[in-house]
Design a binder for this molecule. Structure first.
Ligand code: SF4
Length: 452
């Protein structure tokens, strides 16, 4: 029987650009906790941890930009053939291959298998390279899970790993037993509400990312979040506070990041109690908090804004996406007046454009460049910052289905072509020039306002 120890691996990112905007493999860390609970030993190699002492001893890691975020070390690699038309350099971000191989060799004979996670679908060459290197260095079965695998199982199989396509970890024991001939008992543990991500597997990190909820009750046509989870789940406020205290002390970090999709849902019994506990325990005096995932402007109220300010929140992103008629046709999550109202509430509480900004999408089907510049103007007029991000059609979303049904996508595109950096070079929606112009508009607006 194989050794009852599993090596968890957070794989490389391969893309034209990548930035450590608080990226942590939370799903993998929950898998780690789950396995430990079942009596399986685990170890972790996070190829994307800029704070890894071994990485820092081997390469120069770019310095932090703000609150623990920063650029990854990288090497230029050949582009996948299908992207040969792209006039940009393709890179592998994260730990150098030689160091990865050296660490893997130290695990030879020590682990019975490896488990690799995944996120964005168009990063799959990085996942495949990671799996290939593991297989070359360790003679063990490799398991492959995460969002890419669930979204694109047929392509994921080409990695040569065993694919795990569930979000419910209760399926994991049977899956591992079948391949490894183990006898892990079945369990009813609810991985999200009962466990915490296994941050103890790290030697050093720069920030802690947490989830206090999973799921979202909204149905935005461009988003997959609501299809990932059958219903919303909430972690108890006490458990959230325990995680904040434990992991911030364990790693001596100052920055706590909430990555929820819909943290303001049921705020009276969920987020407000969390904020009050942060204040009661004085955590706001030693920690900074961040909400980078686009909170719902319509759900914000005066008391929440006041609590956020008192609790020392330094980053608040509002999901705005676009101005114009698409606000309604893509799901009606937010309108201009919601954003204006939210900005007034946040300013009244004490926030400025240094902490508050809105996400705006560009290149949505049916969106005009003016919809985007109008959205920029709305943000500027109410003194909140903004970032313009290129749309990508995620397979399985309503918007993707519409595009396939109307013949604007075949539905069989290689995920690499759906990368938001790549789309404007081949897809007949907004042109590269139009997108560039709007981005220049955004840049100039910020300069006019004296923000950048
Ligand atoms: S975009 Fe936000 S509100 Fe809409 S479904 Fe996704 S997570 Fe929910």
């Amino acid at each position: 029987m194989r050794k009852r120890k599993i090596l968890l691996v957070n794989p490389w990112i391969e893309d034209f650009a990548a930035y450590d905007f608080w990226l942590k493999p939370l799903g993998l860390l929950y898998v780690g906790s789950f396995l430990k609970k079942l009596g399986i030993e685990v170890d972790l190699i996070d190829l994307m941890n800029r704070y890894d002492p071994l990485l820092q001893s081997e390469v120069t890691v770019p310095r932090d930009k703000f609150y623990g975020t920063g650029k990854f070390p990288h090497t230029v690699i050949p582009k996948p053939k299908i992207l040969s038309f792209m006039p940009r350099r393709y890179k592998r971000y994260g730990m150098p291959e030689e160091l990865f191989r050296k660490i893997l060799r130290e695990h030879r004979g020590e682990v019975g298998s490896a488990f690799v996670t995944s996120t964005l679908t168009y990063w799959y060459p990085g996942y495949f390279d990671t799996i290939r290197v593991i297989k070359e260095e360790l003679d063990v079965p490799v398991f492959f899970g995460g969002f890419f695998v669930r979204n694109q199982p047929r392509i994921a199989l080409n990695s040569g790993a065993y694919i795990f396509t569930k979000t419910d970890l209760r399926f994991l024991p049977r899956f591992l037993n079948d391949v490894l001939d183990w006898n892990i008992p079945e369990t009813n543990i609810d991985w999200f509400t009962e466990l915490s991500p296994a941050y103890e597997l790290y030697q050093r990190i720069g920030y802690v990312v947490l989830l206090t909820t999973i799921g979202c009750p909204y149905r935005c046509t461009y988003c997959i979040a609501h299809r990932n989870w059958e219903k919303m789940k909430f972690k108890s406020p006490e458990k959230v506070i325990e995680e904040i205290e434990t992991f911030s002390q364990m790693h001596g970090v100052k920055d706590i990041v909430f990555f929820d999709d819909a943290i303001l849902i049921s705020k009276e019994r969920h987020f407000k109690p969390i904020l009050r506990l942060i204040l009661e325990k004085g955590l706001n005096k030693r920690l900074r908090f961040h909400l980078p995932n686009g909170i719902h402007a319509r759900l914000l109220d005066d008391e929440t804004a006041h609590l956020l300010y008192e609790a020392n929140f330094k980053t608040i992103k509002l999901g705005y996406e676009t101005s114009g008629k698409l606000q309604i046709t893509t799901g009606g999550k937010v309108r201009d007046e919601d954003l204006v109202r939210a900005s007034e509430i946040l300013h009244k509480a004490g926030f400025t454009h240094n902490e508050v900004s809105a996400y705006i999408m560009i290149n949505l089907p049916g969106q005009s460049p003016e919809d985007v510049t109008n959205a920029i103007d709305v943000c500027a007029s109410v003194d909140i910052d903004f970032s313009v991000n290129e749309f990508t059609p995620i397979v399985g979303t309503d918007i993707w289905l519409d595009l396939v049904n109307s013949g604007r996508l075949t539905g069989l595109e290689d995920p690499l072509l759906l990368n938001n950096t790549v789309l404007p070079y081949w897809w007949n929606n907004m042109t590269y020039e139009q997108i560039h112009e709007v981005k220049e508009y955004a840049k100039n607006k910020k300069q006019e306002l004296g923000w950048k």
